[in-house]
Design a protein around this ligand. Structure first.
Ligand SMILES: [Zn+2]
Length: 436
Protein backbone atom coordinates (compact mmCIF):
# COMPACT_ATOMS: atom_id res chain seq x y z
CA UNK A 1 0.00 0.00 0.00
CA UNK A 2 2.68 2.46 1.08
CA UNK A 3 4.90 1.36 -1.79
CA UNK A 4 2.07 1.96 -4.26
CA UNK A 5 1.27 5.39 -2.84
CA UNK A 6 4.98 6.34 -2.97
CA UNK A 7 5.18 5.22 -6.59
CA UNK A 8 2.18 7.41 -7.48
CA UNK A 9 3.79 10.36 -5.71
CA UNK A 10 7.01 9.83 -7.65
CA UNK A 11 5.14 9.73 -10.97
CA UNK A 12 3.24 12.92 -10.06
CA UNK A 13 6.47 14.60 -9.06
CA UNK A 14 8.10 13.67 -12.36
CA UNK A 15 5.13 15.09 -14.30
CA UNK A 16 5.25 18.33 -12.27
CA UNK A 17 9.00 18.65 -12.73
CA UNK A 18 8.67 18.12 -16.50
CA UNK A 19 5.93 20.76 -16.72
CA UNK A 20 7.99 23.32 -14.85
CA UNK A 21 10.86 23.15 -17.33
CA UNK A 22 10.60 25.54 -20.26
CA UNK A 23 9.51 23.61 -23.36
CA UNK A 24 11.98 25.40 -25.64
CA UNK A 25 15.14 25.36 -23.58
CA UNK A 26 16.76 23.22 -20.93
CA UNK A 27 17.88 25.28 -17.97
CA UNK A 28 20.80 24.38 -15.75
CA UNK A 29 20.55 24.70 -11.99
CA UNK A 30 24.24 25.56 -11.78
CA UNK A 31 26.65 27.24 -14.21
CA UNK A 32 30.40 26.81 -13.78
CA UNK A 33 32.73 28.90 -15.96
CA UNK A 34 36.41 27.98 -15.79
CA UNK A 35 39.01 30.31 -17.29
CA UNK A 36 42.64 29.40 -17.93
CA UNK A 37 44.22 32.85 -18.09
CA UNK A 38 46.47 32.96 -21.16
CA UNK A 39 45.73 29.29 -21.92
CA UNK A 40 45.91 29.35 -25.73
CA UNK A 41 45.38 26.07 -27.62
CA UNK A 42 49.09 25.28 -27.81
CA UNK A 43 49.44 25.85 -24.07
CA UNK A 44 47.07 23.00 -23.28
CA UNK A 45 48.67 21.00 -26.11
CA UNK A 46 52.06 21.35 -24.38
CA UNK A 47 50.47 20.15 -21.13
CA UNK A 48 49.03 17.13 -22.95
CA UNK A 49 52.41 16.49 -24.62
CA UNK A 50 54.09 16.48 -21.19
CA UNK A 51 51.50 14.25 -19.55
CA UNK A 52 51.06 11.67 -22.30
CA UNK A 53 53.98 12.08 -24.75
CA UNK A 54 53.23 10.55 -28.19
CA UNK A 55 50.10 8.90 -26.71
CA UNK A 56 48.42 12.34 -26.58
CA UNK A 57 45.61 12.68 -29.13
CA UNK A 58 47.25 15.64 -30.89
CA UNK A 59 50.06 13.31 -31.93
CA UNK A 60 47.86 10.40 -32.99
CA UNK A 61 47.38 8.74 -29.59
CA UNK A 62 44.26 8.12 -27.53
CA UNK A 63 44.89 10.19 -24.38
CA UNK A 64 43.13 13.46 -23.54
CA UNK A 65 43.32 16.09 -20.82
CA UNK A 66 40.26 16.05 -18.56
CA UNK A 67 38.89 19.30 -20.04
CA UNK A 68 39.23 17.86 -23.55
CA UNK A 69 36.90 14.99 -22.66
CA UNK A 70 33.86 17.27 -22.51
CA UNK A 71 31.27 16.57 -25.18
CA UNK A 72 31.60 19.73 -27.27
CA UNK A 73 34.20 22.21 -28.46
CA UNK A 74 34.24 25.57 -30.21
CA UNK A 75 36.88 28.23 -30.78
CA UNK A 76 36.49 31.73 -29.36
CA UNK A 77 37.56 35.19 -30.56
CA UNK A 78 38.90 37.33 -27.73
CA UNK A 79 39.59 40.85 -29.09
CA UNK A 80 38.63 43.95 -27.08
CA UNK A 81 36.73 46.96 -28.40
CA UNK A 82 40.08 48.32 -29.57
CA UNK A 83 40.84 45.29 -31.73
CA UNK A 84 39.36 42.84 -34.24
CA UNK A 85 40.08 39.39 -35.60
CA UNK A 86 40.63 38.62 -39.27
CA UNK A 87 40.50 34.82 -39.67
CA UNK A 88 42.72 35.15 -42.76
CA UNK A 89 45.42 36.79 -40.60
CA UNK A 90 45.76 39.63 -43.11
CA UNK A 91 46.73 37.25 -45.93
CA UNK A 92 48.62 34.82 -43.75
CA UNK A 93 50.86 37.22 -41.87
CA UNK A 94 52.16 35.25 -38.86
CA UNK A 95 52.76 38.50 -36.99
CA UNK A 96 49.05 39.33 -37.28
CA UNK A 97 47.93 37.87 -33.91
CA UNK A 98 50.21 40.31 -32.08
CA UNK A 99 48.14 43.27 -33.28
CA UNK A 100 46.06 44.83 -30.51
CA UNK A 101 45.33 41.74 -28.47
CA UNK A 102 43.01 42.10 -25.50
CA UNK A 103 44.19 42.35 -21.91
CA UNK A 104 42.66 40.21 -19.16
CA UNK A 105 40.38 42.99 -17.89
CA UNK A 106 38.62 43.70 -21.20
CA UNK A 107 38.39 39.96 -21.92
CA UNK A 108 36.94 39.11 -18.51
CA UNK A 109 34.49 42.01 -18.75
CA UNK A 110 33.31 40.63 -22.12
CA UNK A 111 32.83 37.18 -20.57
CA UNK A 112 31.11 38.58 -17.47
CA UNK A 113 28.89 41.24 -19.10
CA UNK A 114 28.69 40.49 -22.84
CA UNK A 115 30.09 43.93 -23.69
CA UNK A 116 33.43 44.61 -25.35
CA UNK A 117 35.36 47.37 -23.67
CA UNK A 118 38.84 48.90 -23.37
CA UNK A 119 41.94 47.29 -21.90
CA UNK A 120 42.08 47.79 -18.15
CA UNK A 121 38.30 48.10 -17.74
CA UNK A 122 36.79 46.13 -14.85
CA UNK A 123 33.06 45.68 -15.48
CA UNK A 124 32.62 49.09 -17.14
CA UNK A 125 31.94 50.14 -20.73
CA UNK A 126 33.90 52.51 -22.94
CA UNK A 127 32.41 55.51 -21.12
CA UNK A 128 33.37 53.89 -17.79
CA UNK A 129 29.70 53.26 -16.98
CA UNK A 130 29.08 50.16 -14.85
CA UNK A 131 27.81 47.10 -16.72
CA UNK A 132 25.57 44.45 -15.21
CA UNK A 133 27.51 41.22 -14.80
CA UNK A 134 26.30 37.63 -14.84
CA UNK A 135 26.74 37.30 -11.08
CA UNK A 136 24.37 40.22 -10.45
CA UNK A 137 21.81 38.65 -12.80
CA UNK A 138 22.19 35.29 -11.06
CA UNK A 139 21.67 36.90 -7.68
CA UNK A 140 18.46 38.54 -8.97
CA UNK A 141 17.31 35.02 -9.77
CA UNK A 142 17.99 33.93 -6.21
CA UNK A 143 21.13 31.97 -7.07
CA UNK A 144 24.39 31.93 -5.16
CA UNK A 145 27.54 33.31 -6.78
CA UNK A 146 31.28 32.92 -6.34
CA UNK A 147 34.74 33.49 -7.82
CA UNK A 148 37.94 31.49 -7.25
CA UNK A 149 41.46 32.22 -8.49
CA UNK A 150 45.07 31.18 -7.97
CA UNK A 151 46.23 34.83 -8.11
CA UNK A 152 45.18 37.91 -6.06
CA UNK A 153 41.39 37.78 -5.59
CA UNK A 154 40.97 41.32 -6.99
CA UNK A 155 43.03 40.69 -10.15
CA UNK A 156 41.39 41.45 -13.50
CA UNK A 157 39.54 38.19 -14.13
CA UNK A 158 37.66 37.68 -10.84
CA UNK A 159 37.31 41.46 -10.43
CA UNK A 160 35.36 41.75 -13.70
CA UNK A 161 32.74 39.37 -12.30
CA UNK A 162 32.27 41.48 -9.19
CA UNK A 163 33.41 45.11 -9.46
CA UNK A 164 32.97 48.20 -11.64
CA UNK A 165 36.18 50.20 -11.87
CA UNK A 166 37.82 52.01 -14.78
CA UNK A 167 41.37 50.94 -13.94
CA UNK A 168 42.36 47.33 -13.19
CA UNK A 169 45.27 48.52 -11.04
CA UNK A 170 43.00 50.25 -8.48
CA UNK A 171 43.24 47.13 -6.33
CA UNK A 172 42.07 48.68 -3.05
CA UNK A 173 38.98 50.11 -4.74
CA UNK A 174 38.21 46.84 -6.53
CA UNK A 175 38.78 44.81 -3.35
CA UNK A 176 36.46 47.12 -1.38
CA UNK A 177 33.71 46.73 -3.98
CA UNK A 178 34.12 42.96 -3.99
CA UNK A 179 34.01 42.77 -0.22
CA UNK A 180 31.16 45.21 0.49
CA UNK A 181 29.12 45.75 -2.69
CA UNK A 182 29.30 42.66 -4.91
CA UNK A 183 27.28 40.47 -2.52
CA UNK A 184 29.11 37.43 -3.87
CA UNK A 185 28.61 34.45 -1.59
CA UNK A 186 32.14 33.25 -2.13
CA UNK A 187 35.48 34.85 -2.94
CA UNK A 188 38.73 32.86 -2.99
CA UNK A 189 42.20 33.95 -4.00
CA UNK A 190 45.50 35.45 -2.91
CA UNK A 191 46.61 38.91 -1.85
CA UNK A 192 46.91 38.16 1.87
CA UNK A 193 48.53 41.16 3.65
CA UNK A 194 50.80 38.93 5.75
CA UNK A 195 52.43 37.56 2.59
CA UNK A 196 54.01 40.91 1.69
CA UNK A 197 56.97 42.79 3.09
CA UNK A 198 56.49 45.92 5.15
CA UNK A 199 55.01 48.77 3.18
CA UNK A 200 53.39 46.49 0.61
CA UNK A 201 50.96 44.60 2.84
CA UNK A 202 47.94 46.50 1.65
CA UNK A 203 48.63 46.34 -2.10
CA UNK A 204 45.36 44.44 -2.63
CA UNK A 205 43.13 44.76 0.43
CA UNK A 206 43.31 48.14 2.16
CA UNK A 207 44.28 48.12 5.84
CA UNK A 208 40.74 49.08 6.89
CA UNK A 209 39.19 46.32 4.80
CA UNK A 210 41.67 43.78 6.14
CA UNK A 211 40.80 44.76 9.72
CA UNK A 212 37.09 44.40 8.90
CA UNK A 213 37.57 40.99 7.31
CA UNK A 214 39.84 39.71 10.07
CA UNK A 215 37.52 40.92 12.86
CA UNK A 216 34.42 39.34 11.28
CA UNK A 217 32.79 42.72 10.62
CA UNK A 218 31.92 41.69 7.06
CA UNK A 219 29.40 39.16 5.77
CA UNK A 220 32.17 36.66 5.26
CA UNK A 221 33.74 33.88 7.28
CA UNK A 222 37.49 34.10 6.63
CA UNK A 223 39.41 30.98 5.52
CA UNK A 224 43.21 31.30 5.44
CA UNK A 225 45.10 28.05 6.02
CA UNK A 226 45.12 25.04 3.76
CA UNK A 227 43.29 23.22 6.55
CA UNK A 228 40.54 25.87 6.45
CA UNK A 229 40.07 25.25 2.73
CA UNK A 230 40.08 21.47 3.13
CA UNK A 231 37.52 21.73 5.95
CA UNK A 232 35.25 23.72 3.63
CA UNK A 233 35.41 20.94 1.06
CA UNK A 234 34.30 18.46 3.71
CA UNK A 235 31.22 20.50 4.55
CA UNK A 236 30.88 24.26 4.61
CA UNK A 237 29.26 25.63 7.77
CA UNK A 238 28.95 29.24 6.64
CA UNK A 239 26.80 30.71 3.88
CA UNK A 240 29.38 33.34 2.87
CA UNK A 241 33.09 32.60 2.76
CA UNK A 242 36.15 34.67 1.91
CA UNK A 243 39.09 32.34 1.24
CA UNK A 244 42.32 34.33 1.37
CA UNK A 245 45.27 31.96 1.18
CA UNK A 246 48.61 33.13 2.54
CA UNK A 247 50.40 34.44 -0.51
CA UNK A 248 50.02 36.92 -3.33
CA UNK A 249 49.44 34.05 -5.75
CA UNK A 250 49.76 30.30 -5.22
CA UNK A 251 53.36 29.19 -5.57
CA UNK A 252 53.88 27.84 -9.10
CA UNK A 253 52.98 24.22 -9.61
CA UNK A 254 55.60 22.66 -11.89
CA UNK A 255 54.95 20.12 -14.64
CA UNK A 256 55.79 17.12 -12.41
CA UNK A 257 53.39 18.32 -9.70
CA UNK A 258 56.13 19.63 -7.40
CA UNK A 259 56.71 23.26 -6.48
CA UNK A 260 53.41 23.96 -4.73
CA UNK A 261 53.65 25.30 -1.17
CA UNK A 262 52.46 22.71 1.39
CA UNK A 263 50.64 25.36 3.46
CA UNK A 264 48.64 26.70 0.50
CA UNK A 265 45.54 25.03 -0.99
CA UNK A 266 45.64 23.80 -4.58
CA UNK A 267 43.19 25.19 -7.12
CA UNK A 268 41.37 21.84 -7.00
CA UNK A 269 41.06 22.07 -3.20
CA UNK A 270 39.75 25.63 -3.40
CA UNK A 271 37.26 24.57 -6.07
CA UNK A 272 36.00 21.69 -3.92
CA UNK A 273 35.54 24.13 -1.02
CA UNK A 274 33.74 26.60 -3.27
CA UNK A 275 31.31 23.96 -4.53
CA UNK A 276 30.58 22.93 -0.95
CA UNK A 277 29.74 26.55 0.01
CA UNK A 278 27.61 27.25 -3.06
CA UNK A 279 25.69 23.96 -3.31
CA UNK A 280 23.56 24.85 -0.29
CA UNK A 281 20.95 26.92 -2.10
CA UNK A 282 18.79 27.09 -5.20
CA UNK A 283 21.64 26.86 -7.69
CA UNK A 284 24.69 28.98 -8.37
CA UNK A 285 27.06 30.58 -10.85
CA UNK A 286 30.76 29.98 -10.13
CA UNK A 287 33.82 31.32 -11.95
CA UNK A 288 37.11 29.46 -11.40
CA UNK A 289 40.34 30.91 -12.78
CA UNK A 290 43.76 29.35 -13.33
CA UNK A 291 45.35 32.79 -13.19
CA UNK A 292 49.07 32.03 -13.24
CA UNK A 293 49.14 30.16 -16.58
CA UNK A 294 49.31 33.67 -18.05
CA UNK A 295 52.21 34.73 -15.80
CA UNK A 296 54.22 31.62 -16.75
CA UNK A 297 53.62 32.26 -20.45
CA UNK A 298 54.63 35.91 -20.15
CA UNK A 299 57.92 34.64 -18.73
CA UNK A 300 58.18 31.88 -21.39
CA UNK A 301 58.50 29.42 -18.52
CA UNK A 302 57.35 26.11 -20.04
CA UNK A 303 57.71 24.07 -16.85
CA UNK A 304 55.45 26.48 -14.90
CA UNK A 305 53.04 26.88 -17.83
CA UNK A 306 52.50 23.12 -18.04
CA UNK A 307 52.33 22.73 -14.25
CA UNK A 308 49.72 25.46 -13.86
CA UNK A 309 47.70 24.10 -16.81
CA UNK A 310 47.71 20.59 -15.32
CA UNK A 311 46.72 22.09 -11.94
CA UNK A 312 43.81 23.79 -13.71
CA UNK A 313 42.90 20.47 -15.35
CA UNK A 314 42.81 18.85 -11.89
CA UNK A 315 40.31 21.51 -10.82
CA UNK A 316 38.26 20.61 -13.91
CA UNK A 317 38.29 16.97 -12.74
CA UNK A 318 37.03 18.10 -9.31
CA UNK A 319 34.16 19.97 -10.97
CA UNK A 320 33.21 17.04 -13.22
CA UNK A 321 33.23 14.61 -10.28
CA UNK A 322 31.01 17.02 -8.37
CA UNK A 323 28.62 17.38 -11.34
CA UNK A 324 28.30 13.61 -11.64
CA UNK A 325 26.99 13.40 -8.07
CA UNK A 326 24.96 16.64 -8.12
CA UNK A 327 22.32 16.35 -10.82
CA UNK A 328 24.60 15.35 -13.68
CA UNK A 329 24.69 17.20 -16.98
CA UNK A 330 20.91 17.82 -16.95
CA UNK A 331 21.32 20.20 -14.03
CA UNK A 332 24.70 21.70 -14.75
CA UNK A 333 26.42 23.69 -17.48
CA UNK A 334 30.24 23.62 -17.55
CA UNK A 335 32.14 26.05 -19.78
CA UNK A 336 35.96 25.94 -19.94
CA UNK A 337 37.85 28.55 -21.91
CA UNK A 338 40.73 31.04 -21.92
CA UNK A 339 40.49 34.82 -21.86
CA UNK A 340 43.23 35.07 -24.54
CA UNK A 341 46.43 33.34 -25.61
CA UNK A 342 49.69 34.43 -23.96
CA UNK A 343 53.21 33.84 -25.24
CA UNK A 344 52.29 32.75 -28.78
CA UNK A 345 53.43 29.21 -28.01
CA UNK A 346 53.44 27.00 -31.13
CA UNK A 347 55.27 24.15 -32.82
CA UNK A 348 54.77 21.74 -29.86
CA UNK A 349 56.72 18.48 -30.30
CA UNK A 350 56.51 15.73 -27.66
CA UNK A 351 59.28 13.77 -26.03
CA UNK A 352 58.47 10.71 -23.90
CA UNK A 353 55.61 11.16 -21.40
CA UNK A 354 56.80 13.06 -18.32
CA UNK A 355 59.41 15.12 -20.17
CA UNK A 356 59.04 18.72 -21.30
CA UNK A 357 58.10 18.93 -24.98
CA UNK A 358 59.98 21.24 -27.33
CA UNK A 359 58.00 24.37 -28.20
CA UNK A 360 58.53 27.71 -29.92
CA UNK A 361 57.49 30.98 -28.26
CA UNK A 362 56.46 34.01 -30.27
CA UNK A 363 57.65 36.43 -27.63
CA UNK A 364 60.51 38.70 -28.59
CA UNK A 365 60.21 41.34 -25.86
CA UNK A 366 58.86 43.91 -28.31
CA UNK A 367 55.20 43.23 -27.67
CA UNK A 368 53.10 42.47 -24.64
CA UNK A 369 52.91 38.70 -25.15
CA UNK A 370 49.14 38.39 -25.48
CA UNK A 371 47.81 37.36 -28.90
CA UNK A 372 44.56 37.50 -30.81
CA UNK A 373 44.67 33.81 -31.74
CA UNK A 374 41.52 31.77 -31.29
CA UNK A 375 41.19 30.05 -27.92
CA UNK A 376 39.33 26.86 -26.97
CA UNK A 377 35.92 26.48 -25.42
CA UNK A 378 35.14 23.04 -24.03
CA UNK A 379 31.57 22.67 -22.84
CA UNK A 380 28.87 20.25 -21.80
CA UNK A 381 25.55 20.26 -20.04
CA UNK A 382 22.16 21.88 -19.92
CA UNK A 383 22.04 25.01 -22.09
CA UNK A 384 24.76 23.82 -24.50
CA UNK A 385 22.34 24.23 -27.39
CA UNK A 386 22.44 28.01 -26.92
CA UNK A 387 26.13 27.98 -27.85
CA UNK A 388 25.51 25.78 -30.84
CA UNK A 389 23.04 28.34 -32.19
CA UNK A 390 25.56 31.16 -31.74
CA UNK A 391 28.45 29.35 -33.45
CA UNK A 392 29.41 30.18 -37.02
CA UNK A 393 31.78 28.38 -39.32
CA UNK A 394 34.85 30.11 -40.69
CA UNK A 395 38.13 29.32 -42.36
CA UNK A 396 40.89 30.27 -39.95
CA UNK A 397 44.47 30.73 -41.16
CA UNK A 398 45.89 28.79 -38.22
CA UNK A 399 43.11 26.34 -37.30
CA UNK A 400 41.47 25.64 -40.69
CA UNK A 401 37.70 25.19 -41.01
CA UNK A 402 36.33 25.67 -37.49
CA UNK A 403 33.22 26.71 -35.59
CA UNK A 404 33.69 29.94 -33.72
CA UNK A 405 31.87 32.13 -31.23
CA UNK A 406 32.91 35.45 -29.73
CA UNK A 407 33.81 35.83 -26.04
CA UNK A 408 30.66 37.95 -25.57
CA UNK A 409 28.63 34.89 -26.66
CA UNK A 410 29.73 33.10 -23.48
CA UNK A 411 27.94 35.77 -21.44
CA UNK A 412 24.91 35.49 -23.78
CA UNK A 413 24.83 31.73 -23.22
CA UNK A 414 24.93 32.05 -19.43
CA UNK A 415 22.32 34.82 -19.58
CA UNK A 416 19.94 32.80 -21.78
CA UNK A 417 20.45 29.74 -19.60
CA UNK A 418 19.59 31.74 -16.47
CA UNK A 419 16.57 33.29 -18.17
CA UNK A 420 15.28 29.84 -19.08
CA UNK A 421 15.46 28.76 -15.45
CA UNK A 422 12.56 28.92 -13.05
CA UNK A 423 11.81 32.58 -12.32
CA UNK A 424 12.37 33.62 -8.75
CA UNK A 425 10.10 36.01 -6.88
CA UNK A 426 12.36 39.01 -7.29
CA UNK A 427 13.68 38.31 -10.77
CA UNK A 428 11.31 40.58 -12.69
CA UNK A 429 12.69 42.10 -15.84
CA UNK A 430 16.43 42.08 -16.16
CA UNK A 431 18.03 45.46 -16.19
CA UNK A 432 20.98 45.21 -18.52
CA UNK A 433 22.23 48.57 -17.35
CA UNK A 434 22.80 49.14 -13.70
CA UNK A 435 20.81 51.83 -12.01
CA UNK A 436 23.05 54.86 -11.43
ZN1 LIG B 1 44.42 37.19 -19.15
Amino acid sequence: MFAKRNATTVVLLIILMTLSISPCLAAPRNIILMIGDGMGPDVSKAAGAYKFGPEYHAFGGQSYLVMEKLKSHLYVTTFSIEGKYDPGWNNGNKEYPKRRPTDSAAAATALATGVKTFDGAIGVDQQKKPLVNIMEIARQKGLKTGVVTTVPFCHATPASFAAHVGNRSDYNLIAGQMLFESKLDLIMGGGHPEAFKKGQEYTYLSQDDWVSLKSSSTLYKLAESREDFKALAEGAKHAKVFGLFKGGSLKYRLADGSGAAPDQPTLAEMTAGALSVLEKGNGFVLMVEGGAIDFANHANNLNQSIGETLGFDEAVATVINWIETHGGWQENLLLITADHDTGYMHNVKPGPAGTLPTVSWGTDGKWLSHTNRLVDLYYQGSGSEILEKLARELLDFERGKVKVIDNTDIFKTMFEALKAGKPSADAGAYSLRRAA
